[in-house]
Design a protein around this ligand. Structure first.
Ligand code: M6R
Length: 605
């Protein structure tokens, strides 16, 4: 999704801006641009191709300057064409980049047209540029502060004005923005990652903040216009480029990193203690009697899986809701709820908004399960548990998902112990099973050659059904999501028992039906559902635990999972589905790491 980089320095800043955009590329974008102040006016280059193309353009045109802003755009208002690419200019005096969506842009546009401003793009962003220009009286910081009072919606912006050649001003509301502090130079970015290599010292701006960067100084004002001192945090972890190594794509690399990522996420201690979730967790966990889980996409599916664990291990009622629905629904708040937000990035706009909505309804206890310790979500919640997946580059979530599952299992076991449902021997058994997971995952990854053979068949299909039951229904959902987002094959998942209530009508010889078949209490029921498919000519592709006695025959293809893994089985069963989606997408030749229309971190609603 959209990315921002800005800088004020005493050297040509364009290479730093382009490198920043490169670091944000994996998030998904469809156009990009850079603008510098030089010779008393703004100059820009924009491209609807990749950042590499923009780099070539700036080299050819010798675009150079000491003050600049840059952007990767993921189109919302207006097609991905050069004219809509940022930076957007106002009267050749001011340049601006913007992440987010301005909801009242139509009324602002009418007002600004009335003042003689001409609109040359279809973006909502252009109103911000003209609005700030219309309010500029020699002080960009003051003009931005005044302008943002009139904006409704979400924004992170960076602005420069020809009359203040050593200044960049930023503002945020609903979209992230960080200041990077250098020696005699300062930076701005939508993600600290963009500034790796330039600084390790960051100010994570808060909602409503406006900042002014000059060579020697960073000034921050809060939403009420008061100058404030924000904490400076040192984050070294962003350094270094992520290498692909022997893998074809980051998604494949990330699938194979799961044993390591899971090993790093499993707590060191041999017991489940509330303190794993923060100092205030013991008190908070003692005051709750239910959970409300809010998340989007793959993270929502990890929440759905967790519901089974939380209700069966901890006996605590759990509700799981898609964040974008919850935030706009009239719900009944329960002060005894623990609100759990799950997110890889910690910046997903819908999940953040749902969290804030839950807090505004009076929910006191909140917990984030997140892969980014410096994210807005972690900063906003009372409690947190960090997954250690490491940077996930592929748009399709893989290691983030399985590490979330580990975190949620630990949560269920911890609450189960506190509530008297997990005794010492059960605790020791869970710890043993967790510790063995990396080795078990390695055995599952060794199934790759068999899955590649299946993917040849799948790559010629246009539809697929995924079936699972109980704990593995969310895994079927995740398998279908993986297949559709990277191979563009239409895929749907159902709890297998639901098939006869409608979707069975879709089953013909042309419909592959992927079935997740662990050896659990629902196995015999699942086998009956598989018979229903075979009776209609449907072709079954089954991932079966080795002790299920499901064997290959005409129309029934079986890959045997190496181990039966009880309650933790979803963490193993999702891996072949990730591999199936990955190899099918490779056979179809899609852009696996950057699938069309999608972004890694969805920071607009
Ligand atoms: O960063 P988050 O976990 O909050 O992201 C949520 C979804 O956007 C994300 O899981 C998305 O569904 C993935 N592309 C799925 O692979």
């Amino acid at each position: 999704m959209c990315g921002i980089v800005g800088a004020v320095a005493q050297r040509n800043i364009v290479p730093v801006l382009i490198e920043g955009l490169r670091r944000l590329e994996y998030r998904g974008y469809d156009s990009c641009g850079v603008a510098v102040l030089a010779g008393g006016e703004p100059h820009r280059a924009r491209s609807v191709a990749r950042v590499a193309d923009l780099d070539e353009q700036v080299r050819e045109t010798h675009l150079e300057g000491f003050t600049g802003i840059a952007h990767t755009r993921w189109a919302t208002h207006g097609a991905p064409v050069t004219n809509n690419a940022h930076p957007i200019f106002s009267r050749n005096a001011l340049a601006l980049v913007h992440n987010g969506i301005i909801e009242n842009y139509e009324s602002l546009r009418d007002m600004l047209r009335g003042k003689g401003y001409e609109f040359v793009s279809q973006t909502d962003t252009e109103v911000i540029a003209h609005l700030i220009h219309s309010l500029y009286r020699g002080d960009l910081f003051a003009a931005v502060r005044e302008a943002v009072q009139q904006l409704h919606g979400a924004y992170a912006i960076a602005v420069e004005h020809k009359d203040q050649p050593d200044t960049v001003v930023g503002a945020r509301q609903g979209s992230p923005l960080v200041v990077g502090l250098g020696e005699g130079e300062n930076f701005l970015a939508s993600d600290a990652l963009a500034l790796a290599g330039s600084t390790e010292h960051f100010i994570f701006l808060e909602e409503g903040d406006v900042c002014e960067l000059t060579l020697e100084r960073v000034r921050v004002a809060d939403r009420d216009g008061n100058d404030v001192e924000r904490e400076v945090r040192t984050v070294a972890a962003y350094g270094g480029a992520v290498e692909l190594g022997p893998y074809r794509h980051f998604m494949q690399k990330e699938i194979f990193e799961q044993p390591r990522a899971i090993g790093d996420t499993i707590p060191q201690a041999d017991s489940f203690d509330a303190s794993l979730f923060g100092d205030a967790a013991a008190t908070a966990f003692g005051e709750i009697d239910n959970l409300l889980i809010l998340a989007c996409g793959t993270s929502y599916y990890s929440g759905l899986t967790a519901k089974y664990w939380l209700e069966s291990i901890a006996k605590i009622p759990t509700q799981v809701e898609i964040a974008s629905e919850y935030r706009y629904r009239d719900s009944v708040p329960n002060p005894k709820s623990l609100v759990v937000v799950i997110s890889q990035s910690g910046e997903t706009a819908d999940t953040l908004a749902a969290l804030k909505h839950a807090q505004s309804l009076g929910h006191k206890h909140t917990l984030s399960i997140c892969n980014v310790g410096t994210s807005a979500m972690v900063r906003l919640t009372e409690l947190s548990f960090l997954t250690h997946a490491g940077r996930e580059i592929g748009v399709a979530s893989t290691k983030a998902f399985t590490t979330q599952l580990v975190a949620l299992f630990v949560l269920a076991a911890t609450l189960g112990k506190l509530r008297g449902h997990v005794d010492a021997s059960l605790e020791a058994q869970y710890v043993r099973q967790l510790r063995h997971l990396p080795a078990a995952l390695n055995s599952v990854l060794a199934l790759e050659p068999q899955i590649i053979a299946w993917s040849e068949d799948f790559s010629r299909k246009e539809n697929a059904l995924f079936l699972g039951r109980g704990l593995h229904y969310p895994i079927a959902l995740e398998g279908a999501l993986k297949l559709k987002e990277i191979s563009y094959i239409h895929a749907e998942a159902y709890p297998a028992g639901e098939l006869k209530h409608g979707p069975l009508a879709l089953v013909t010889e042309a419909m592959p039906v992927v079935t997740v078949a662990p050896n659990d209490t629902l196995l015999e029921k699942l086998k009956s559902n598989m018979q229903e498919v075979r009776a209609r000519g449907g072709e079954l592709y089954v991932f079966a635990d080795s002790d299920t006695r499901i064997v290959s025959e005409e129309g029934l293809h079986v890959i045997r999972m190496p181990e039966h893994y009880g309650l933790l089985s979803p963490i193993l069963h999702v891996v072949p589905l990730q591999l199936l989606a990955y190899h099918t997408a490779c056979s179809r030749g899609t852009d696996v790491d950057k699938p069309r229309n999608l972004a890694k971190s969805v920071t607009v609603e």
